[in-house]
Design a protein around this ligand. Structure first.
Ligand SMILES: NC(=O)c1ccc[n+]([C@@H]2O[C@H](COP(=O)([O-])OP(=O)(O)OC[C@H]3O[C@@H](n4cnc5c(N)ncnc54)[C@H](OP(=O)(O)O)[C@@H]3O)[C@@H](O)[C@H]2O)c1
Length: 273
């Protein structure tokens, strides 16, 4: 964290001394640099807050419960949504054929409901997206206005032999960056993509030290919300940094598939500062 701050500050100072632009340009640049500096400080504050934040001991009170919309209510969306319902959140599971979700929402009770993708986007204070990666560009296009300003936890993985061209792009530039490009306007946090839904379900709320879920994004407020939701699902969130840094826990990355505690994950992260 401190390396990140120091690097950002040095970058700021060095660039400052090499400036030879006009007065107006200089002030515009200064604004941008101050914004970058503040953003880094805010991100560092979120990382610190997540590290010291206690676990929830009780289910949510009605006042603090959130409304969550899920796009892609299959293996991973169904599993994580169920964990959130059990933690007291209201969840709208969506499908292109919502009637097919009746058995799931009947099983979960009054906090769960089924609807269309558009209804989920209107309902959710925060969203989880868990669709095959190949569907991301189309979903981004069809619901462009609905995604504006939305906090979206992105649990997708880009699989080359399943998801076509967009998976190639995501493997090259990073899944997080690619999701932010196609779900333009959304405040993306990569989260909960770490392992199979079965292993995720069996590790949720496990005894002893909880399992760490690495998360990352460029929006400090979205990271705060995502940290809380990861905690409520039964895990300890570990903020690894920006969307760019989420490559660390993408499929094939060094943190992918690791069933380790937050303490162990923080230790491993030291190698990737
Ligand atoms: N399976 C795992 O263990 C796991 C673990 C980590 C990450 N992931 C990642 O999570 C994502 C979902 O995997 P999954 O295994 O949960 O898949 P899944 O069981 O097939 O569920 C995906 C859901 O996405 C919905 N969907 C597909 N295309 C859509 C579109 N164009 N618009 C709206 N909804 C659409 C489908 O709902 P309808 O057909 O009902 O509309 C389907 O229920 C993938 O990116 C995967 O790589 C999976």
């Amino acid at each position: 964290m401190f390396n990140l701050l120091t690097m950002e500050f040095c970058h700021f100072v060095v660039e400052e001394h090499s400036e030879k632009e006009s007065f107006m340009t200089k002030h515009a640049c200064l604004d941008i640099r101050w914004q970058r500096l503040w953003r880094t400080v805010a991100l560092a504050a979120v990382i610190f807050a997540c590290a010291i934040s206690p676990r929830p001991l009780l289910a949510q009170s009605t006042a603090s419960a959130m409304k969550i919309g899920i796009i892609g209510s299959g293996n991973i969306g169904g599993t994580v949504g169920e964990l959130w319902v059990k933690a007291g959140h209201q969840v709208l599971f969506s499908s292109r054929n919502p009637e097919q979700l009746k058995p799931l929402v009947d099983k979960l009770g009054p906090l769960a409901r089924a609807g269309t993708v558009k209804e989920a986007l209107a309902f959710g204070d925060a969203m989880l997206i868990a669709v095959p990666y190949g569907a991301i560009p189309q979903i981004g296009r069809d619901y462009a206005a609905d995604f504006a300003g939305k906090i979206v936890l992105d649990a997708t993985n880009a699989v080359l032999n399943r998801d076509g061209e967009v998976a190639k792009e995501a493997r090259e530039v990073g899944v997080g960056i690619t999701s932010a490009k196609y779900l333009s306007g959304a405040r993306i946090v990569r989260a909960l993509n770490l392992m199979s839904f079965r292993r995720l379900a069996s590790n949720a709320n496990r005894a002893g030290e909880r399992m760490a879920i690495p998360i990352g994004g460029d929006d400090p407020e979205a990271l705060k919300v995502a940290s809380r939701l990861v905690r409520d699902a039964g895990f300890d969130p570990v903020v690894v940094g920006s969307l760019e840094r989420t490559k660390l826990f993408a499929q094939g990355g060094p943190l992918y598939g690791q069933e380790i505690s937050a303490r162990e994950m923080q230790e491993r992260l030291k190698a990737f500062k």
